[in-house]
Design a protein around this ligand. Structure first.
Ligand code: SIN
Ligand code: MN
Length: 266
């Protein structure tokens, strides 16, 4: 899937791009069911909230066939390849739960700040491209972006080990206030199957989810191969060490799995 020139310009200008209706209801149903099954597993890659509810499942593409295929899906790989102009490898992969009633906050942060400080990634030539697995609404903890904040480079951050179960390099209130005065805040919403890509330096976060509506989003963090990490400090299931260029699969690779599973059930 190729982006238009207008889409590329909007991405560089704002720091993010929304692509609605990218995956069909059948493709997303498969991923949603598989995501829910993963959260029931007892594995070190499944990170839980302080309450015990699932927070994120790392590296799902290494132990689940549907997420393996999504990790090589042309609708996700090709747009990011187009922006970076080279082949990509998977730096990180996570299926975030933001569970109904239990999903906790992600404080304001830049992803590249963590990839640089914790993983030794040389340049912000990596980014998240995400797929909504549930409907993302204004009320169930949508991602919030500060448009244009990616133009400020890596901002000072503190290492927050307290607020949630997951350590994060977070921005202080004064920095966020100044950036918001300039760019405002947006919270992209959309149906399951919506795709959202955002620059590694775009400041973002999300509030807790106190509604009965879960908000699952899967994130592929794709890094230009020449920009591979140099000094990893985190486990390899969080910051991957396999820098093999990703070869995209066929466009119908998820539907093929839907058909295989349907036939197996008959
Ligand atoms: C993240 O920033 O890495 C995740 C935020 C979210 O899923 O709400
Ligand atoms: Mn993030």
């Amino acid at each position: 899937m190729r982006l238009s020139q207008d889409q590329i310009e909007a991405f560089h200008e704002q720091g993010y791009l929304i692509i609605p209706d990218c995956f069909s209801p059948e493709e997303v149903d498969l991923l949603r069911r598989e995501g829910e099954a993963i959260y029931r597993l007892d594995r070190q890659e499944i990170w839980r909230e302080k309450s015990g509810a699932p927070r994120t499942a790392f590296a799902a593409h290494t132990y689940n066939e549907a997420f393996r295929r999504l990790g090589r899906h042309p609708r996700l790989i090709e747009p990011v390849e187009q922006v970076f102009g080279e082949k990509l490898y998977m730096h990180q992969y996570k299926v975030n739960a933001k569970a109904a009633f239990e999903g906790e906050v992600w404080q304001w942060h830049q992803d590249y700040g963590t990839w640089a400080r914790d993983d030794g990634m040389p340049e912000p030539r990596a980014m998240n491209i995400s797929v909504f697995l549930d409907e993302v609404m204004p009320i169930n903890g949508p991602l919030m972006f500060i448009p244009k904040s990616h133009r400020h480079g890596v901002l000072n951050a503190g290492h927050d080990l307290e607020t949630t179960s997951y350590p994060l390099w977070t921005l202080d209130k004064a920095t966020v206030t100044t950036l918001v005065e300039q760019g405002g805040i947006v919270a992209p919403t959309g149906k399951p199957g919506t795709v959202l890509m955002f620059h590694g330096n775009l400041v973002h976060g999300s509030a807790g989810n106190i509604t009965p509506y879960p908000r699952k989003i899967v994130y592929l963090t794709l890094c230009a191969v020449s920009n591979h990490i140099r000094r990893p400090t985190r486990p390899d299931w969080i910051a991957h060490r396999d820098f093999t260029p990703i070869e995209p699969l066929a466009d119908d690779c998820l539907m093929e799995l839907v058909r295989e599973k349907r036939e197996a059930a008959e």
